[in-house]
Design a protein around this ligand. Structure first.
Ligand SMILES: Cc1cc2nc3c(=O)[nH]c(=O)nc-3n(C[C@H](O)[C@H](O)[C@H](O)COP(=O)(O)OP(=O)(O)OC[C@H]3O[C@@H](n4cnc5c(N)ncnc54)[C@H](O)[C@@H]3O)c2cc1C
Length: 465
């Protein structure tokens, strides 16, 4: 028997659908998978047992949900979403599905008892959205811990299982074929293998990889990497949502204050930048390809290599920086959340195409719900559990090493956070050549180390020093 499960791994009984990630996208996918076919075995993995990710460990404690209510509102949504997607790309069919199904997903949450901001008469409050300041199509989810509890209650009542405290290191794939499970590591370094008939990647985005970010806790930030290594085609990955925030406490800082009273410490705002930035208050995030980005780019020109700029605001001197907020890129998916890899789905911040470089405010929460539901249902219908031998072959073919060095991991993660903050913020003259050079050099070092560890694990080499 050439391919066996490594002896240092716990092997769990197979499930039909394995969901990687317990944010909104993952929980909605799990619910849909459980509802799709009676008796479907579903497991939901997350790095920690409590609230995690930007959905439930969110520093604002509230989430906007964009849901057009009429045909005309759906058309406006699609038009606006396509306009702000440039210079990224969107797939019109995905945008249309998002527009059409956000409302049923919202109504369902209301029926399940989710808390929304309401007026004194109990009517839902409707808000404008970033990049759509004149619309009133967004509602506000106000109690995220309770939302998480109510989704979990429904999952557990339907027989879904939590794999808490499990960090996926790799999505396993039959050589050249279907996704068939994942390799996990727990907090003590123990390795676990979970075979599955289909895998839904819902691990959030890459914002946590940056030195300065506002993403929720419990997301190591390598879900996109895991998808790419499994063979999924990725797109729009250069585009993040960026928010200006105060360095000392990560609180949002409106960059358009520069138009009315605030000033950069070292230079007056040029008239041309003031004029270009006039509409900047229509959206909180930086806008790729938007004329008003001139204001952000001008301030970034004044920031040091660490991305920190000094401003005076209300007589106070503040250090501010662009913080990574969320990813707009991810795996390219079809209308059911399928990636190019058979039996591998991607949802939430792991997927793209329903938004491009920028997205309308509240559209990510809508996308988690709409495509979470679509992907979960499809994954359950198309799941085919791997046989023992083919799962063992998938484990053997996995690129994940079975020995890991925590100290090196911490060191690489810290180095990457500084490197990304220096080279991967949207500056006017991004030094892309320098970024690829430093990443390339580092990759070689890591590859060498990984190769040594694998040889050692195979008993062919003793590591010294
Ligand atoms: C402060 C803030 C405010 C926001 N406000 C809004 C808003 O108002 N409206 C809107 O539409 N969007 C908003 N967003 C964006 C939105 O909240 C997120 O994009 C969305 O919640 C992401 O959901 P998700 O399920 O894809 O991922 P997350 O909610 O981030 O969940 C990721 C899950 O994956 C798990 N995970 C990660 N890696 C692994 C791994 N390797 N193995 C196992 N588990 C893993 C994590 O533990 C977590 O459970 C906001 C974001 C932030 C940071």
């Amino acid at each position: 028997m050439p391919d066996r499960i490594p002896p240092n791994c716990t092997l769990l009984p197979a499930v039909d659908v394995l969901v990687l990630g317990a944010g909104l996208a993952g929980l909605r996918a799990a619910l849909a998978a459980l509802a799709a076919a009676p008796g479907t075995a579903v497991a939901v993995a997350a790095t920690q047992s409590g609230p995690s990710g930007s959905s439930f460990s969110n520093m604002h404690g509230r989430l906007g949900l964009h849901a057009p209510e009429t045909d005309a509102a759906c058309e406006a949504f699609c038009r606006e979403a396509a306009a702000v997607a440039v210079p990224g790309f969107v797939v019109p069919g995905l945008v249309a599905a998002l527009a059409a199904e956000a409302l049923p997903r919202r109504l369902e949450l209301e029926a399940w008892g989710a808390a929304f901001a309401r007026d004194a008469a109990g009517r839902l409050l409707l808000f404008p959205s970033c990049f759509s300041p004149d619309s009133r199509r967004a509602t506000l989810l106000t109690d995220l811990p309770e939302l998480r509890r109510l989704l979990w209650r429904r999952i557990e009542a339907a027989g879904g299982r939590a794999l808490a405290g499990m960090t996926a290191l790799a999505c396993l794939r039959e050589p050249g074929g279907r996704a068939c499970g994942a390799l996990f590591e727990d907090a003590t370094g123990n390795l676990t293998l979970q075979p599955a008939g289909a895998v839904v990647a819902a691990m959030g985005g890459t914002a946590p990889l940056f030195l300065r970010h506002q993403a929720g806790g419990g997301n190591p930030g390598f879900g996109h990497g895991l998808l790419a290594l499994a063979g999924a085609r990725m797109a729009n990955t250069a585009f993040h949502q960026w928010m200006w925030a105060r360095v000392r406490d990560r609180r949002f800082w409106p960059v358009w204050s520069l138009l009315k009273g605030a000033a950069a410490a070292d230079a007056p705002l040029p008239e041309a930048v003031r004029e270009a930035g006039a509409g900047r208050a229509g959206h909180c995030p930086f806008g790729y390809g938007q004329r008003d980005a001139a204001l952000d780019l001008w301030l970034l020109d004044r920031a040091g290599a660490d991305g920190v700029a000094s401003v005076t605001h209300g007589g106070e001197r503040l250090d501010v920086a662009l913080f990574a907020h969320a990813a707009n890129g991810g795996a390219v998916v079809d209308a059911r959340g399928r990636t190019d890899v058979p039996a591998l789905f991607a949802v939430g911040e792991c997927a793209t195409g329903m938004h491009g470089a920028n997205r309308l405010g509240g559209a990510m929460v809508a996308s988690c719900l709409v495509f979470g539901a679509r992907a979960g249902e499809t994954a359950a219908r198309e799941a085919a559990r791997p046989g023992e031998a083919s799962f063992a072959r998938a484990v053997a073919a996995s690129r994940a090493g079975f020995a890991r060095d925590r100290a090196e991991e911490r060191e690489v993660t810290g180095w990457l956070a500084h490197t990304l903050q220096q080279y991967a913020v949207p500056r006017r003259n991004p030094d892309a050549a320098a970024l690829s050079r430093v990443l390339g050099q580092r990759l070689e070092t890591v590859r060498d180390a990984a190769a040594r560890v694998r040889l050692a694990a195979a008993g062919r080499l003793k590591i010294s020093g």
